[in-house]
Design a protein around this ligand. Sequence first.
Ligand SMILES: C[S@@+](CC[C@H](N)C(=O)[O-])C[C@H]1O[C@@H](n2cnc3c(N)ncnc32)[C@H](O)[C@@H]1O
Length: 399
Amino acid sequence: MPSESATAGRLAALGRRLAEWRPLWAPLPFQHREPPWRGAHGGLAETLLSLPDAEVERLQADPFVDSPLPAWLPVRELAELSRLPILSNARQSLPADWGEGIGARKWRQIQAFVAGMGAIEDERLVEWCAGKGHLARTLARCHGVPVTGLEHQPSLCEAGQALADREGLPVRLHAQDVLAPGAGDWLAPGHRVAALHACGDLHAQLLEWAAERGAAVSLAPCCYHRTAATDYRALSRQGRALMAEQGLRLTREDLAMAVQETVTAPRGHRRHRQRANAWRLGFDLLQREARGRDAYLPVPSLAYGRLPEDFAGFCRWAAERKGVELPASVDWGAFEAAGWRRLAEVSRLELVRQLFRRPLEVWLALDRVARLEEAGFRVRLGTFCERALTPRNLLIETL
Ligand SMILES: C[S@@+](CC[C@H](N)C(=O)[O-])C[C@H]1O[C@@H](n2cnc3c(N)ncnc32)[C@H](O)[C@@H]1O
């Protein structure tokens, strides 16, 4: 169980590493022909670029195990500082018919989340950003208590209410924007708010209300970068003081790194994404030449299944979107091959960011823990499931 001083100590230690190594983890290799740190850390770049494909894939999945990088980067310390206890001991699953109408992966996440939550004793339950209230229904069944769900989309509330009614469960879904001024009225001492995968501002607002109203919280945060602010302002006083003292700056783009992981994507989707990325990199080289400007040009991403048939079609689409005039004749094969070569380099250089990804996520979680501790709560932080089930597997819970 972290104490307030343990939280502060770890926040400080992680923050120091993040601030010190920011010049290496913040730049996106995708956007630079050469990483800006290459001159100062040539040996690191050479080591990364010489890694075989299988080693790259292994390190993407687990950057701390048998890393070839401790000569350059604080691998062991980062692994140690981001290690967390496992909070869910659930091996036993809930009755399969409770999961009807819920996607298989989401149902497994819900079971793990519910098992990771501590005992619910005389608490009134609220689900924050409930969607169709799948978690709310499961909590109502597990604990035999009424659950209130808050969700801003009326259509989801209606569909979720129909499911709960059909199953005769004491769940009430309310169309509520949780960012609206009155949302805190749903919270009071004796209430526990459960939030599974609530994004940036949505869960940050929950913590503010919980702190103000004295409601308990069980939160699995998600998408830290979905915020109105472009620069991160720590939620806790300690976090703000340490950021200032350590010179740690985090932009919204930096926060996105905390959730950049593909472990749960099916193989077919991963292959599709690789092709899309190679083509984007190939187009990047082409547009630099066509515009006569050696600068990255962001191209919007395409939904799965929307990628044009071939590389030339992709480049024509991207050029039109970005108003780039392509030359009359292009050696498509050469640019496509260059794109694939760039992708091989980029995925190797990305391993530096991969090493700081979980430490950043744990730092953000600790900032949330500190916010709650400053409001007087005792808090635990750990994981509620394996990363393969969802990489967003942190659970922050007040006791
Ligand atoms: C990532 S989903 C999580 C849903 C559910 N907890 C789950 O794990 O499947 C986020 C949900 O928050 C809802 N949402 C987004 N903005 C909201 C807001 N301002 N107020 C209330 N709900 C919101 C979305 O409609 C969506 O159902």
